[in-house]
Design a protein around this ligand. Structure first.
Ligand SMILES: O=C(O)CCC(=O)C(=O)O
Ligand SMILES: [Fe+2]
Length: 279
């Protein structure tokens, strides 16, 4: 398994990127158009949010899933029995958000959605004909005007030693959605599982962009694009005392979008959220 870093501006970027998605479920981009200083500012401002007491004022709505998910309710990955060591905020443009943070996070949301649309066009263009024929609509059209796409601002607190034995920052899981756009975080720890079950570190300095296939695109492509299992491991040494912030954008189709002969996007999402215990 190889995970090379693709230059977004290179002539063969689309081809190389889609090849990586097919072979590994992941693609890493450098020289992409998302603004580094905007990301840095979001990381700083949300670190402030997570360390403030009033974060509880934005407690998530169970029905609509927007807002703050404290560590007491944050996910237990499918097939695991220990909660992840994390708390997070789900930002949707229509959802609750601290007003002082809304503008910049929305700005990022729009930029990242535009980029995702381009990347889905790349995926479509470089899908083999026998795979593309099964797409029920153009891939980029599936996320257009979707109210389900969500930006997750994740905070993994410092490791104190009081954590449940065996718990890690994010247990092994696949993402539910179509595609995930994930800027390299302010700390390492993200790992991808190889076919033989072993793990390797996702490369990328701050400024690189990690993109991965979710279960919905695996479903829509009949498995040609694999939704690869990944996890976030706990830091060692001096890094244990540091928070990690990351910012995955989960591209979700509108609920009425037909993914395959088996599922619409809405049916698929409901089933998975119930399994996660958050719905
Ligand atoms: O924090 C990360 O780097 C990855 C997070 C992740 O995989 C997720 O929230 O689904
Ligand atoms: Fe994930």
């Amino acid at each position: 398994m190889m995970l090379s870093i693709v230059d977004y501006k290179a002539d063969n970027a689309a081809e190389e990127f889609v090849k990586s998605l097919h072979e590994t479920g992941f693609g890493v981009l450098k020289n992409h158009p998302l603004q580094k200083d905007l990301l840095e500012s979001i990381y700083n401002n949300w670190a402030g949010y997570f360390s403030s007491e009033n974060k509880q004022d934005f407690h998530f709505n169970v029905d609509t899933q927007d807002g703050f998910f404290p560590d007491t309710v944050s996910e237990t990955a499918k097939g695991h029995d220990k909660k992840d060591i994390k708390e997070y905020y789900h930002y949707y443009p229509w959802g609750q958000c601290p007003e002082a943070l809304r503008e910049e996070v929305h700005n990022y949301f729009v930029q990242a959605n535009e980029l995702a649309s381009t990347l889905l066009d790349w995926v479509e263009k470089h899908s083999p004909a026998d795979v593309a024929v099964n797409y029920k609509a153009a891939l980029s059209s599936m996320i257009k005007d979707s109210e389900q796409t969500l930006l997750r601002i994740l905070h993994y607190p410092p490791i104190t030693g009081d954590e449940e034995v065996g718990a890690i920052r994010a247990a092994a899981h696949g993402d539910i959605n179509l595609l995930t756009v994930l800027p390299a975080a302010n700390q390492g720890g993200l790992q991808v599982q190889k076919k033989d079950g072993s793990w390797f570190d996702v490369p990328g300095d701050f400024g690189c962009l990690v993109v991965n296939i979710g279960d919905m695109l695996q479903e829509a492509s009949g498995g040609y694009f694999p939704s690869t299992i990944h996890r976030v491991i706990n830091p060692e040494g001096a890094d244990r005392s540091k928070s990690r912030i990351s910012l995955p954008l989960f591209l979700h189709p509108r609920p009425d979008v037909v993914l395959s002969d088996r599922y619409t996007a809405g049916e698929y999402l409901d089933e998975r959220l119930r399994e996660l215990g958050v719905k």
